[in-house]
Design a protein around this ligand. Sequence first.
Ligand SMILES: [Zn+2]
Length: 1042
Amino acid sequence: MVMGGGIQQRAASPMIRPANLPPPGSPGMPRPFQSPQIQNRPPSGQFASQGQQTAPGSPAINPMGFMSGPPNGQNRSQPPTPRMQHQQQQQHQGPPTSQQLHQQHQQPLHQQQQQPLHQQQHPSQPQPPPQFGQHQQQQQPHPPMGQDLGLMAGPPTPTPQAGAQKSKRLYPAGINAYAEPPAYETAPSSHGFQHPGVPASHQASGMQIQPPAHGSQFFVPGEKQAPAFRQPVPAYQQGLQPLQGQPVQPNINQLAGQMGGMNLGNAGYGGAQGIVPLSTVALMGTAPKIYDLDAPPPPIRLPETASITQSPFANCDPSYKRSTLNAIPATSQLLTKSRLPFGLVITPYRSVKEGDEPVPVVSDSIIARCRRCRTYINPFVKFVEGGQRWKCNMCYTLNEVPSSFDYDSQTQQPVDRWQRKELNHAVVEYIAPTEYMIRPPQPLVYMFVIDVSYPAVQCGMVATAATTILESLDRIPNDEGRTKVGIITVDSSIHFYNLKAASGEPQMMVVSDLEEAFLPQPQDLLCNLSECRPVLEALLNRMSDMFKDTHNVGNALGPALNSAYKLVSPIGGKILCLQASLPNLETGALKMREDPKLLGTAKESTLLQSASSFYKSLAVECSKSQVCVDMFLFGSQYSDVATLSCLPRFTGGSTFFYPAFTAAKSEDALKFAHELAEFLSQRIALEAVMRVRASKGLRMSAFYGNFFVRSTDLLSLPNVPRDQSYSIEVSFDDNLSIPVVCFQTALLHTSSSGERRIRVLTLALPVTTSLSELYASADQVAITTLLACKGVERGMNAKLDDARDALTNKVVDILGVYKTHMTASSSGATPNLQICDNLKLLPLLTLGMLKHVGLRGGSQIPSDLRSYAMHLLSTLPSQCLIPFLHPRFYSLHDMPEHCGTIGDHGIEMPQPMNLSSERLSRSGLFMLEDGQNIFLWIGRDAVPQLCMDLFGVPDYQSIRGGKTTLPTLETDFNQRVNLIVGKAREMRRTSYYSQLYIVKEDGDAALRLWFLSHLIEDRAEPIMSYYQYLGYLKDRVNSGSF
Ligand SMILES: [Zn+2]
């Protein structure tokens, strides 16, 4: 058995990979500690490496097989002209004067470039706002643009890239001037995320909407008082989703609905409100309008009186729960006819960051639930019979209102039921009384199972893990002093540690009999964190020394997990596995099964499925005992992510994967340490079950995410990590004869502080009989999130080809139905492809899925990388999934002056660009980030000043490509880019820490191709460019094949 070949020995695509470059998916980093001694003595025959040494800095993931089209190829052979260089020198003599600053103002490169040919055909390409251009003309009379062009004109090459040549003088201006037109200074609203062509309302507050402060200002039906939110335009009236952190759009109907609903009491549902404008747009011939990726979902147009309190927080924020359809079809026939996917995307335990509104807590133990369907009372029920009873909005049963809703028997004071949080907030948490407990709430339990075999020690994982755990001990939630910790290390034996040793020194007990692994002194192996702290610290301090000379290549993970399970299962808790080698002993042993011949074939899916029933069986046992398993996998070889990620998948856990990890590379150590530390400090939920109820007629029919389905619709989650998402498909049992349907998610859990709690999320949506309204309400982001989950499942269980075909077929169906029923040209061929405005990015996002490492075709993607990507695709919340599919791409060398500075809404980011290599210029600096990695691409003609300012090196040739850390320099540009990189790392809610790569235009080919593979609008063999894909979709639609 030879390992490593699967990852590293891949048939190369000759056109893109020179022979001396790392093969696809190669670990990409020099192997750790490559001393001759180690190289001469591979850990074992089984682990003998035949992998090639790779160039420093080559990527861990290699997207080979991609042709990027001509990435500014036309410009490559063009050296700077002497005149250009002269100008650059001039511009770099001494610091600029303030006058120069203004004179040298430059428009962003992509705006200043001559329009590439393909864009000239697109009249609807976003244009800069008029005042911007106007002001430029006023502020930039000299040198005139034409003169500039004259200076710059190299050999005239009338290519789409011609405009890029001008960037040769842009950088100096960008660096020395950073000037911006005073229009920016006098118009603060245009700071930040100014998207040309976007209505100001979309841009209102950039990406950092502060949620409104709110308190007791809610409207109380039947009372005369003027509620606070009637007063002029508070922030939340800009949209229903003040917490989303997205640009919000004034919702006139909603506002009108709130106003109109005043003092109407409970007049009953009046049907969906307002006309639903269906705005049709043509897709062909225009660049996708990517700024809408941040737009809020289509507004939810509820009847005026749907919510009894009219609270602006009555309906669920999309960051917690969103539906693929914000109007629900009244019949299954209508849903079928529309071909739209129907499902929910739920992130019930999303993190609450600074500026976010915390979830209101109902602390008086009064929990009103429907006696029939067990729905929790919510803002969409009805009070009847003088407020004595409430009518359930799911099953319409009448229920008694608890007397304590109006009168507090303890204080003997009347209370105002309209102030109750559960009647005003869609997202609330109840402190659960004892009847919600089978046993006292469990404490947090962290059982570490750490691989200390030779590969784990040699790559530096053990030392980094020990240090990180040691340094995180104060961050592990331990409010009540009940948190328990234990450590097991494993190679060919299992090592237990007595953390209660009287001597204060950790005591190690070795169990070598793996078949009958027993627990020595079980009462001392899992200890109270506060009590065992000194011993634990001593152990962690010593751990890397303890194993530093090991030659043991055994890994008895299975028996170790069984032991950990025995220790933790009486309480429940978390088992954190840190594994750097493949389990190879006893139960749970795995084999190197990567087979390059299978990649790209129908049998590839077998590599994405679990190879051992042990892990699935153990997962089921863990789920029953409230034990969650998390996997931190480190592989310089094949890691069988597919099999090992089974445990997290069924136990509510998380998987982290560090291919080619070596702690000798500080960036690797930093990423792992950051992610582990964040993970340990998360205030997670424990021993949880989740159920989603819906109004009569609807049923939850399929579930995607990391959990175990305990009964038909009860999801068991031993842990609920922060910011994991769950997608649920919804089906019809019966037609709907009601104007509003409700979806209520209840997550019964134990908080990290040991309280039993129920988090309830209520989402109300109008019912419609109109196909037009259905289309106008479709949420492309939620649809994409659901389709990604379905695609992953199909790819794992059937074939990746089938998954991709299903995705495209779904888009064809939607476009076809839209053309047939929603446009004038219902039949016959049409020259264009049309869809409603709110779905216009669906083809692009689908293309992003087809080209994603988790789903794309070809024989170049190692199954470990694919499995890990699939894990992310099916668990990331929409906020992170969309950039994962459609990365953010910025031009930095010419960014406006305010970008990279701290503005009203935090660090100002540049405007994202379309994902096309047309945007690259040879003298430019660009950044691309997808939430997992950040790439800084630098063109070979980057001026020395840029190299000096950003990297502190004299010229482009001195820049070192690959995985790196950006230096911190005193220059303004370096500081701004560092701020932007930092912002990209923290702007989304996850514990992932993006790795930074410098990509040189003519540097490492594998790294370049990896970078270019993210530019999904380009052609990437064998997958079409965006325009080709639209053409293909159009032909399918025109031929009626949907
Ligand atoms: Zn009910």
